[in-house]
Design a protein around this ligand. Structure first.
Ligand code: XIL
Length: 372
């Protein structure tokens, strides 16, 4: 089986190319080109169902060099029924990427969410079953996506949130790890098993561990950073083939930020020989909003400049946002992360109408200050 590349988006793609050239002529270079000029790869999450929308497609073409499927490469999308793989939604993103010379990364092979119900049930049958399901999923997915995807989030969000965090749901934990169906089936070694299984199937893939809640300056964020470091040290110490840490960077304006503790964490990760990527950047605005859109956008931009600037200073070379325009963001539609006051978070580089906001400029500024 291989990743079928449907051609149905190619006409839309040609139109998007035209629109992107027009947009570039009006508004100057996009983030993709500006990042590239600074030795950085910039990208964004993509929703396959929106690729037929010419404005959406044009924004991707103009701004992003690297695409990551927002849903289409999760387990429930790829193997909705046991043994039946569906590559068509991912294929439409792959064909769009190919038509426009964009790269693709994969998200996510092992995660406690986006699991089809059959998987959750089968994992409860124990370790042998879990191991064979993991092997079958990787056998189904990695060879098929090999030509298009060279970098996968192998394990997503395996570390538990620490006590005292008022912004994020408490997660059941076993030691440092989140209590998930994978942990229950295979024990804490499941993470290492997943990385080894991925490497066995493709020696040239970049294998990433991805997680959230690692950027802020609070005791609970620091504790989570230490948990992630303990995990990464354990993996590297066991010669487990992990190549990179993905920082989701779903930033929270209500959480304080200071560069130094974040930088110290990134230095420790880099000292383990791992690359650092920012994989899902967006910003949830404060509960108490600053007055007026310019002040709101300036606050978001200031935080992005600090966080991304710090990451780039510490050797991060890849930055992806979780969407480009506020109107397409999960922050505008998912109950867990939406605002409760009827306002819509302005946490992405483009506003609802596609205009570049202060956050867009903050990314440009951050790209220009990276360590030489
Ligand atoms: C989110 C998507 O944006 C939503 O559309 C979906 O309903 C749930 O997942 N961390 C991750 C992403 O690793 O996969 C999540 O994406 C956002 C949080």
């Amino acid at each position: 089986m291989s990743l079928h590349l449907p051609r149905r988006h190619l006409f839309g793609a040609a139109l998007a190319g035209l629109l992107a050239r027009q947009a570039a002529a009006q508004g100057g270079e996009g983030l993709a080109a500006i990042a590239r000029d600074n030795g950085i790869t910039f990208g964004t999450a993509v929703d396959s169902t929106k690729l037929g929308d010419a404005t959406y497609a044009a924004q991707l073409v103009a701004e992003a060099q690297l695409l990551v499927p927002e849903w289409e490469a999760k387990w429930a999308a790829l193997q909705p029924r046991q043994g039946t793989f569906d590559f068509s939604p991912l294929g439409s993103i792959a064909s769009f990427a190919q038509a426009h010379g964009k790269q693709l990364r994969g998200h996510a092979l092992v995660w406690h969410e986006a699991m089809p119900p059959w998987l959750t049930e089968s994992l409860a049958e124990g370790a042998a079953k879990a191991r064979s399901l993991l092997a079958a999923h990787l056998d189904g997915v990695l060879p098929a996506t090999r030509p298009a995807i060279r970098d996968w989030d192998v394990v997503n969000e395996a570390v538990a949130n620490s006590e005292g965090n008022p912004f994020t749901a408490r997660t059941p934990a076993q030691g440092d790890l989140r209590d998930t169906p994978w942990l229950r089936a295979l024990g804490p070694g499941y993470i290492e098993e997943a990385f080894r299984a991925a490497r066995e199937r493709d020696r040239t893939l970049r294998l990433t561990y991805n997680d959230y809640g690692l950027e802020g300056d609070t005791p609970w964020v620091e504790e989570k950073r230490q948990r992630v470091l303990r995990l990464l040290r354990r993996l590297v110490g066991a010669q487990c083939p992990v190549d990179a840490l993905g920082l989701q960077a779903h930033l929270l304006m209500d959480e304080p930020f200071r560069p130094e503790p974040f930088a110290a964490f990134l230095r420790a990760v880099r000292e383990l020989g791992l690359a650092v990527l920012v994989t899902e950047l967006d910003v949830r605005e404060a509960r108490q909003l600053p007055a007026g859109l310019p002040a709101r956008d300036a606050a978001v931009a200031g935080r992005v400049r600090q966080v991304i600037g710090t990451a780039l200073e510490q050797g991060c070379r890849t930055v992806l946002t979780w969407g480009l325009s506020d109107k397409d963001s999960w922050l505008a539609r998912e109950p867990d992360v939406m605002r409760k006051d009827g306002q819509v978070h302005r946490g992405l580089p483009l506003d609802d109408a596609g205009a570049r906001k202060a956050m867009w400029q903050a990314l440009v500024t951050a790209f220009g200050t990276r360590r030489g």
